[in-house]
Design a protein around this ligand. Structure first.
Ligand code: DGL
Length: 284
């Protein structure tokens, strides 16, 4: 059922009321289809070390990158409502696939500001003239990056490439592996043939492939890491709205997931770059 046909959630008016009294110590809500969005959390922790963060990863239903727009919009609505109930002061769509096809759905229902990785990546790529974008098949088919980049850089030429194999390769931990290198050479070939000057890493998993992609793309191609770009946007928005948390020194991080699959801890810690604790399982 498309999200517009759904009855409004009874929890949302309460979230709307509470949003009137936004406090800087309220957490930032970050969400993704799985644990890949922890690359965004990691960038946020580094850029904004005092912020409390609540993360939601839909580990039971990942991957989203090959699902239909209707299904993704439906799941995205559920997750955004869950986080609004946690009294977040800001929603961050860390998943490129959700941002590509369901960002507007979240903006329409949220009483708090919403930022998404595609917009953040597009802002960072605006200096490019020939811009390559890589992402999941759903992200690339949506054309969302090309639209967003053209808003900031109308004269740029965009060349897109779906890279379906990168997500499983990263989850396998093959970050510096011959199979991944050959796969990257194959995927980047058409983009490099267009002499791109910028490459947007349009998926939560790709920041982990940065060293390998830099090697394959060459030093002259600027890599845009949408996780870092997002952390910058969040910092700017919080400062503008007077919502930045200046304490406590020890922030709280909570991680909600819909399943704890095999190797969850290992893979999660690879994305986060530190120990993953305070993990709560939500049964949907
Ligand atoms: N989080 C997704 C993205 O950034 C990748 C994993 C998936 O396909 O769900 O596009």
């Amino acid at each position: 059922m498309p999200p517009s046909d759904q009855p409004p959630s009874p929890t949302l008016p309460r979230a709307r009321e509470r949003a009137q009294t936004l406090g800087p110590d309220r957490p930032i809500g970050v969400f993704d289809s799985g644990i890949g969005g922890l690359t965004v959390v990691r960038a946020l922790m580094e850029r904004l070390p005092y912020e409390n963060i609540v993360y939601f990863g839909d580990t039971a239903r990942v991957p989203y990158g090959v699902k239909s727009v209707e299904t993704i919009a439906h799941y995205t609505t559920q997750i955004a409502q869950f986080l609004l109930e946690k009294d977040v002061k800001l929603l961050v769509i860390a998943c490129n696939t959700m941002a590509a096809v369901a960002a507007q759905v979240v903006k329409d229902l949220s009483p708090v500001p919403v930022l998404d990785v595609i917009d953040a990546g597009a802002v960072s790529a605006r200096g490019g003239k020939r811009i390559g974008v890589i992402g999941t098949p759903t992200t690339i088919n949506s054309n969302a990056y090309a639209r967003a980049i053209h808003e900031y850089a109308p004269d740029s030429r965009i060349h897109s490439q779906a890279c379906a194999l990168f997500v499983p390769l990263v989850e396998e931990g093959w970050l510096d592996h011959e199979v991944t290198r050959l796969t990257a050479q194959e995927y980047l070939k058409p983009l490099l043939a267009e002499h791109i000057d910028t490459l947007v890493l349009g998926c939560t998993h790709y920041p982990l492939l940065k060293p390998l992609l830099r090697e394959v793309a060459g030093r002259d191609v600027a890599l845009v890491d949408s996780a870092e770009a997002m952390a910058e946007q969040v910092a700017r928005l919080l400062a503008e709205k007077g919502l930045a948390n200046t304490g406590p020194a020890q922030p709280r991080y909570d991680f909600y997931v819909t399943d704890v699959p095999l190797r969850f801890q290992t893979i999660g810690e690879r994305f986060l770059g530190r120990t993953l604790s305070n993990v709560h399982v939500v049964k949907w």
